[in-house]
Design a protein around this ligand. Structure first.
Ligand code: HEM
Ligand code: 2DC
Length: 469
């Protein structure tokens, strides 16, 4: 017999008390660990109510499969009120990130063709490959300047610039030149605004932004300032391309970038294009740079793996005879390394959907309309899902075990990450160029944990030593 919804174990009966314990445990920065704790306490399904939102949490791949089968035609995830409130406040349109229903679907289908279809990858590769090469040149310069034939550093700031340069190259079809010695203060401001935007979002997951706004709370003001900075910079980039395009449309015959392609296609309004391109630009910085940072950290802890990857890369380089698109099809272990990084250090702590039909999870009845969350961080570290989860082992993605609903770092289905293809290509090319040129080492054997600032990030700076091969 199937048990009723009301019998699901969990901490949902007293939401005020929950919010209190949550603050006391510094829950805001520890959401991922609290979820692990809850699964240990209640088992593979629990109900939760913190502040104003309520959800059912699951951890098993089998349950993820049931969840995503019930996501409907217009999959809807948890609405981040802080983001929608800002748009409403400033009268700016929602892009694909925040839209729902028919409007989302239409925009998403048009965007898919220009951003995520396999056909466009060929356009992105030459641009991203060049950014990767420039990054290597920059590291050599830094090594030379150090006078020690090595460079010990927290690479995160360089990685932010690498990520922004990469995503901008694809969106605008031209290089911004962020990897030069001179850094434009506007660009640095944009990068800082994205970090601040994420950081100020997390408290507003639990306290409604409308209330904070009326109270004149600092976190709301900072949040508005951060988005203003993001939109201003993106507007400048977009205006620039728009003007160029009007002056001479269809120039040169080379790939014009995502934005120009969308403008010429003429299927979305300019306002819709602006909204989604801004989201792509803002979504394209911290996500990939932090994932690369974690990957270098794991590689520094596993020198043998660096050697294995170099061997795979050099064989692929040789066999593909200079065709980089082809080469990217010959590096399964490298792709496994990125999956492995995201298993242990996911960007998103959970995936969520409002289910559109009644389902049964762990023998409990879940009514349509319920918000169901898959604990991505918790699943990645569960020994029943991944044997020896504490070990960084890219080969687990190449052979052995089942991958059934286990590789979900970019989400799933039609609502999955729109930037996925850009992110994957950009990260693969980065690692290829870096591994072909350098060795990575780290100081002491310190374990670095994640902290939650809407996305998960390293709790403290990661110091690496980079040496030429
Ligand atoms: C959505 C992860 C990089 C833009 C998402 C979602 C996840 C995710 C989990 C939610 C998917 C779902 O609900 O099923 C990641 C990871 C990244 C990454 C792990 C890199 C390591 C990027 C980049 C961009 C981007 C580089 C932009 C170029 C977006 C957008 C959405 C999204 C626009 C919303 C799509 C929609 O609602 O239709 N991402 N992301 N992401 N991501 Fe990413
Ligand atoms: C955060 O409880 C924790 O890709 C919440 O590039 C539930 C939640 C909802 C939406 C998730 C968010 C979490 C983490 C960050 C994500 C976001 C959807 C998209 C966003 C996963 C899990 C991200 C980082 C986008 C950001 C785009 C940018 C313009 C803001």
């Amino acid at each position: 017999t199937i048990l009723p919804f009301s019998e699901i174990p969990g901490v949902w009966k007293n939401s005020v008390a929950n919010l209190y314990t949550f603050w006391k445990m510094d829950g805001l920065r520890n959401i991922h660990r609290i979820m692990v704790h809850n699964f240990n306490m209640f088992g593979p399904i629990y109900r939760e109510k913190v502040g104003y939102y309520e959800s059912v949490n699951i951890i098993k791949p089998e349950d993820a499969a049931i969840l995503f089968k019930a996501e409907g035609h217009y999959p809807k995830r948890l609405r981040v009120e802080a983001w929608t409130s800002y748009r409403d406040y400033r009268n700016r349109k929602y892009g694909v990130l925040l839209k729902d229903g028919e409007d989302w679907k239409y925009n998403r289908i048009v965007l898919n063709k220009e951003v995520i279809s396999p056909k466009v990858q060929g356009n992105f590769v030459p641009l991203l490959d060049e950014v990767g090469q420039d990054f290597v040149a920059r590291v050599y310069k830094k090594i030379e300047r150090s006078g020690q034939n090595q460079w010990t550093t927290d690479l995160s700031h360089e990685l932010f610039k690498y990520a922004l340069e990469s995503v901008s190259a694809v969106l605008y079809g031209e290089r911004l030149g962020l990897l030069l010695d001179y850094i434009d203060p506007d660009v640095q401001h944009f990068i800082d605004c994205i970090t601040l935007m994420f950081k100020t979002t997390s408290p507003m997951l639990y306290l409604p932004p409308a209330l904070l706004r009326r109270m004149g709370a600092k976190v709301w003001k900072d949040h508005v300032e951060a988005w203003d900075g993001i939109f201003n910079q993106a507007d400048r980039c977009i205006q620039n391309i728009y003007r160029q395009l009007r002056k001479d449309p269809g120039a040169s015959g080379k790939y014009p970038g995502v934005l120009a392609s969308l403008l010429m296609l003429d299927k979305l309004s300019i306002e819709d294009i602006k909204a989604s391109v801004t989201e792509l630009m803002a979504g394209g910085v911290d996500t990939t740079s932090i994932t690369l940072m974690w990957t270098l950290y794991e590689l520094a802890r596993h020198p043998d793996l660096q050697e294995e990857l170099r061997a795979e890369i050099s064989a692929a380089r040789f066999a593909s005879k200079g065709d980089v698109v082809q080469m990217l099809k010959m590096v399964p272990l490298l792709k496994g390394a990125l999956k492995e990084t995201l298993r242990l250090h996911p960007v998103a702590v959970s995936l969520q959907r409002y289910i559109t039909e009644d389902i049964v999870l762990q023998n409990y009845h879940i009514p349509a309309g319920t918000l169901v969350q898959l604990g991505l961080y918790a699943m990645g570290r569960d020994h029943r899902v991944f044997p020896h989860p504490e070990q960084y082992r890219p080969s687990r993605w190449v052979r052995s075990q089942s991958h059934y609903f286990r590789s979900l770092s970019f989400g799933f289905g039609p609502r999955q990450c729109l930037g996925r293809r850009i992110a994957e290509t950009e990260m693969q090319l980065f690692l290829i160029h870096m591994l072909e040129n350098f060795r990575f080492e780290k100081q002491r054997q310190v374990e670095i944990r994640s902290t939650f600032e809407l996305i998960l990030l390293p709790e403290k700076p990661i110091m690496l030593t980079i040496k030429p091969l």
